[in-house]
Design a protein around this ligand. Structure first.
Ligand code: 2P0
Length: 328
């Protein structure tokens, strides 16, 4: 009763920001992401004769957390009808809780490893629904390539899951350069932040009204491999989401000076013919979208900026998968 899974993080091109049902984690809108091969979490789970569950994430024992990792394990244990306690060890290769989708890769890897260790045999749709209960964006990390999380219509959430739009092989020269400007833990979590936005931002309604058009453009752009459509739609969508965040009471401003410096740089390069776009999530990091042919030039330009600490280059990545290389 032991299994290890690796899941990649995903970065949304059309964002999820707001729940219509907080208990089942059902979103107000569908979202589209790229599963990123450079940002992963590896998790080993074993059910055994332990006295209690122990969870160690990046060498630190987890006691209580907002995503309720413990509750997620309990949920799976109930479904599987087992009573044994679990030992969980998890590692990520990037800073957690700083706006780099660590809960997406974390909860996706945990869901696959735990259900496998519990000897359940779930298909991808079932895994995605279950991962969604842990963290909304984790539903998308079950699949690889370009992925859409369908918001669904049903009250029980049985049609709210992520499915692949195209596999990673469809667009191998698409790049996302994650620009790390701060490794500090964010001050407002996504979970609290999105609830606050839904409750108080006067622009949330406008955000929702414009989503279907963005989804349509994004699906079309991905299918046609039209980088201009994908990049410009993603950038505009991210700015709209941040407009709802900043107009929340109290305001949520995830950007740091270096965030804005990179955004201006990207717009400047674009004016000069170097085509790239930016997107940001619930944190100060900027993710630059570009094509492989421009990657070197963009990295060189980035190296001249002050506030940038580190870059991680991501290509479209694989779905969550099992490995026999256990962490213990
Ligand atoms: C996204 N984010 O679509 C958006 C954009 C952050 C900004 O999904 O409460 O950690 O666990 O469902 O999945 C982050 O939200 O929130 C997120 P919960 P989650 O990637």
């Amino acid at each position: 009763m032991k299994a290890t899974a690796i899941a990649n993080a995903n970065i949304a091109l059309i964002k999820y920001w707001g729940k219509r049902n907080k208990d089942l984690i059902l979103p107000y809108n569908s979202s589209i992401s790229m599963t990123c091969d450079g940002l992963w979490t590896k998790t080993t789970v074993e059910f055994g004769d332990y006295l209690e569950d122990t969870i160690v994430i990046n060498d630190e024992e987890l006691k209580k957390d907002e995503k309720d990792v413990q509750g997620h394990i309990e949920r799976i244990r109930r479904m599987a009808g087992i009573t044994k306690k679990a030992k969980v060890i998890s590692e990520s290769n990037f800073p957690v809780a700083s706006g780099l989708a660590s809960s997406a890769s974390g909860l996706a890897a945990l869901t696959l490893a735990t259900t496998t260790a519990a000897e359940m045999n779930l298909d991808k749709k079932q895994l995605s629904i279950l991962a969604r209960h842990g963290s909304g964006s984790a539903s998308r990390s079950i699949e690889g390539g370009f992925v859409e999380w369908l918001k669904g219509e049903k009250e029980d959430g049985s049609d709210s899951y992520a499915r692949q739009i195209t596999p990673k092989e469809h667009w191998p020269d698409f790049r996302m350069i994650a620009c790390i400007v701060s490794e500090a833990k964010k001050t407002t979590s996504s979970r609290a932040g999105m609830a606050q936005t839904v409750a108080t931002s006067p622009y949330y309604e406008g955000w929702l009204k414009s989503i279907d058009q963005d989804l349509l453009h994004m699906r079309d752009g991905i299918m046609k491999k039209d980088f201009t459509i994908v990049g410009s739609t993603a950038e505009h969508n991210a700015l709209k989401m941040h407009a709802t965040m900043t107009t929340t009471k109290p305001a949520i401003i995830y950007w740091q000076p270096a965030t804005v410096e990179i955004m201006h740089a990207v717009m400047h390069w674009r004016e000069q013919g170097l085509e790239s776009y930016f997107t940001m999530d619930a944190g100060p990091q900027v993710k630059i979208l570009c094509l492989e042919k421009d990657e070197k030039k963009i990295l060189k330009n980035l190296s001249e900026l002050d506030g940038l600490k580190k870059t991680i280059i991501c290509r479209p990545g694989d779905a969550a998968q099992l490995t026999d290389k256990h962490l213990f």
